[in-house]
Design a protein around this ligand. Structure first.
Ligand code: IMP
Length: 210
């Protein structure tokens, strides 16, 4: 099946291409569409659905609306910080620095906030939407649980990967290969659930082939 991904993040594109292997994953530029969505929602679901609906409208306007769309919104939630940075993970540190921070600056700021905190439990969360049209969509939200490391470690992945330590692996997420990360990650689990809907519900639904 051909699917369009509502994301301009090259790291997510790489992870999702592997997770949807066997399907054709396009990005908006492949269809000549320039995509941008302002993340103004207060939940992962609002944002992922918003991203998918924005892209659907752009494709409709460009006469290319027949493809299912996949969008995800994700972040890092730390219970000891009342769930922060949460849905605002991408923008964490912007207020302090007055500009978009680098991943390294975000690590530094977060480790400062965690300095005197002993409960270091944290989760990555991924909410993934498969949208057929604005009122027909499917959703999966998954987590990857670990602990905030005392120092960043590893060079793989993106975002907060060097900070999330997985005790059962003895490594941070940034120390996993792409395959290992996809096996256990919030995005990997959500993508497998969505893939199953795509293959078992949509591809076998006679209504889809008409
Ligand atoms: P968004 O889903 O594009 O809004 O991105 C949310 C932010 O959460 C990213 O910029 C990253 O900082 C963080 N994030 C989301 N998924 C991951 C992940 O798999 N690893 C590390 N950081 C992530």
């Amino acid at each position: 099946m051909t699917i369009v991904l509502a994301s301009m993040n090259p790291h997510k594109q790489e992870e999702l291409s592997a997770l949807f292997h066997g399907h054709t994953l396009l990005i908006p530029q492949d269809l000549g569409v320039s995509y941008h969505h302002e993340e103004i929602g207060s939940t992962y679901l609002e944002n992922s659905l918003g991203k998918a609906r924005t892209l659907h409208k752009l494709l409709l306007d460009a006469g290319r609306s027949t493809y299912p769309i996949i969008a995800d919104d994700s972040g890092l939630s730390i219970p000891a910080l009342k769930g922060e940075p949460g849905v605002y993970s991408a923008r964490f540190g912007e207020k302090e620095l007055g500009r978009k921070p680098t991943y390294e600056e975000q690590h530094h700021l977060l480790l400062e906030r965690m300095r005197s905190i002993t409960d270091r439990k944290a989760y990555f969360i991924c909410c993934m939407v498969l949208l057929i049209h604005p009122e027909r969509w499917f959703v999966a939200q998954e987590t990857l649980e670990g602990e905030i490391a005392f120092n960043p470690r590893g060079t793989g992945g993106f975002g907060y990967d060097p900070l999330l330590y997985l005790p059962w692996k003895g490594r941070t997420v940034a120390e996993l290969s792409l395959e290992e990360k996809n096996q256990v990650s919030h995005r990997g689990l959500a993508a497998r659930a969505i893939r199953s809907i795509l293959e078992n519900h949509l591809e076998k639904n006679p209504y889809e082939s008409t």
